[in-house]
Design a protein around this ligand. Structure first.
Ligand code: GAR
Length: 209
């Protein structure tokens, strides 16, 4: 059984998609053992509580130094002894040690087709604003393994989503979530939990079933 920790900062709709997929048997061989939020008011914490998943909040505000916050974050993750760490809308620059310790064992969901619209400053609604500003006709979502860079690790899954005329950032964000994020994040966890992910020459592939 793959032990999964989910890290969140906000509404937690991706967390909910994962919890639902475990419940519905769409994710097998995995157990969500903990949720970590950096915001005490994140609705994701309520979702965790409702699902009876242990949840903790590690807020930067509670630590005078960034190093102390980083250490607390690392300790919180380690305390769940996870096999996989899932960043589901976790909007904090990760401590280097955390990235190193969980190399090839940490994935992130990003609301665009990387490497487009990724990197520093590209998160949440901002991503969709930029997609619309460029007049893109297609966008989507990406699940990738996390490396030392920002949104730069090996890509595991992507799904494209149509951009429609008259879309607002909010409307597009919702469509990307519904049609892509909430599908490929659970799918990625299921692939990993069932040993169907292959690392090869710096890239990563899902094994055809
Ligand atoms: C999601 O759209 C996720 O892709 C994005 O934050 C949102 C979190 O929503 N993540 C990033 O932008 C990371 N760069 P949620 O809390 O409802 O799952």
């Amino acid at each position: 059984m793959l032990r999964v920790v989910v890290m969140v900062s906000g509404g937690g709709t991706n967390l909910q998609a994962v919890l639902d997929a475990v419940k519905d048997g769409k994710i097998t061989n995995a157990k969500i053992v903990g949720v970590i939020s950096n915001r005490a008011d994140a609705y994701a914490l309520t979702r965790a509580e409702r699902a009876e998943i242990p949840a903790v909040c590690i807020s930067r505000k509670d630590y005078a130094q960034r190093e102390d916050f980083d250490r607390a974050l690392l300790e919180a993750v380690d305390s769940f002894a996870p096999d996989l760490v899932v960043l589901a809308g976790f909007l904090v620059i990760l401590p280097e040690l955390l990235v190193k310790r969980y190399k090839n064992r940490m994935i992130n969901i990003h609301p665009a087709l990387l490497p487009s619209f990724g990197g520093k400053g590209y998160y949440g609604l901002k991503v969709h604003e930029e997609v619309l500003a460029h007049g893109c006709k297609v966008t989507g979502a990406t699940v990738h393994f996390v490396d030392e860079g920002c949104d730069s690790g090996p890509i595991l899954l992507q799904r494209a989503v149509e951009v429609k005329q008259g879309d607002t950032p909010e409307v597009l964000q919702r469509r990307v979530m519904e049609e892509a994020e909430w599908k490929i994040l659970p799918q990625a966890i299921d692939l990993i939990a069932n040993g169907k992910v292959i690392f090869k020459e710096g890239c990563v592939f899902a094994q055809e079933s």
